[in-house]
Design a binder for this molecule. Structure first.
Ligand SMILES: N[C@@H](CCC(=O)N[C@@H](CS)C(=O)NCC(=O)O)C(=O)O
Length: 221
């Protein structure tokens, strides 16, 4: 495949994951930045991605909507196993597990926190849901807490897209004001990821004066 890939991205959404991966891999790509949520502020985006969600990714005939899946695609398609693992590698099961863990376990509770602390109109906010899922999220960090006691990274003790996937979940939690509840080894891991030049290039892309400002815990208005 020779075409340049195109990524549709909104600051500070999880489209940061493939953007960060593209920067790590130094792949030539096109970036389309959108206001958040594009479903409300850029209605014509629905013609590109009927879901209205970000990211959206196009590479030739390939179209993808899953941020971690796009990272995996980039590793495989560009043969960038310096940032990923092969199926024969001893840590491959862990690699897949962390990739899926990043959303199925770690961002899922945070979407409920976001929705019921700030995205819904005031009369539909649900402080009990917010508190329950704050505790749920922090409890679901248990596996990561244990792993990081004696590892600097998730797989083969080197940086891979599994760190991008899980690192974004931690960054989202930080945006929600929850990083103060992270164990010291998780705080140090997040700082290590954020210090990477590719993260520092990718993170501010698409940010502007009208960008979404995420309210932080305890979310008082
Ligand atoms: N599973 C998808 C989820 C995509 C998603 O829900 N993105 C959020 C931003 S983090 C979004 O676009 N929300 C806006 C909306 O639902 O309108 C992924 O990992 O990329």
């Amino acid at each position: 495949m020779t075409d340049k890939p195109t990524l549709w991205h909104s600051y500070p959404s999880r489209s940061l994951r493939p953007l960060w991966a593209l920067e790590e891999m130094e792949i030539d790509y096109e970036l389309v930045t959108l206001p958040f949520p594009p479903r409300l502020f850029q209605r014509e985006y629905l013609d590109v991605n009927a879901l209205g969600t970000v990211p959206f990714f196009r590479h030739g005939q390939v179209e993808m909507t899953e941020s971690t899946g796009i990272c995996l695609y980039l590793v495989e398609q560009y043969q960038r196993y310096d940032l990923g693992l092969r199926s024969g590698d001893a840590d491959y099961g862990n690699y897949l597990n962390w990739l899926f863990h990043s959303d199925a376990t770690l961002t899922f509770p945070q979407t409920l926190i976001l929705r019921y602390s700030q995205f819904e109109p005031a009369e539909r906010r649900q402080p009990q849901v917010v508190e329950d899922y704050r505790l749920w999220y922090l409890a679901r960090l248990k596996r990561l807490n244990a792993h990081l006691l004696d590892h600097d990274y998730l797989c083969e003790n080197r940086f891979t897209i599994a760190d991008i996937a899980v690192g974004y979940a931690l960054y989202l939690g930080e945006g929600l004001g929850l990083a103060g509840f992270y164990e010291p080894q998780v705080q140090a891991y997040l700082a290590r990821l954020k210090a990477r030049p590719a993260f520092q290039r990718a993170e501010p892309m698409g940010a502007g004066p009208d960008s979404l400002v995420v309210k932080k815990y305890p979310f008082s208005d």
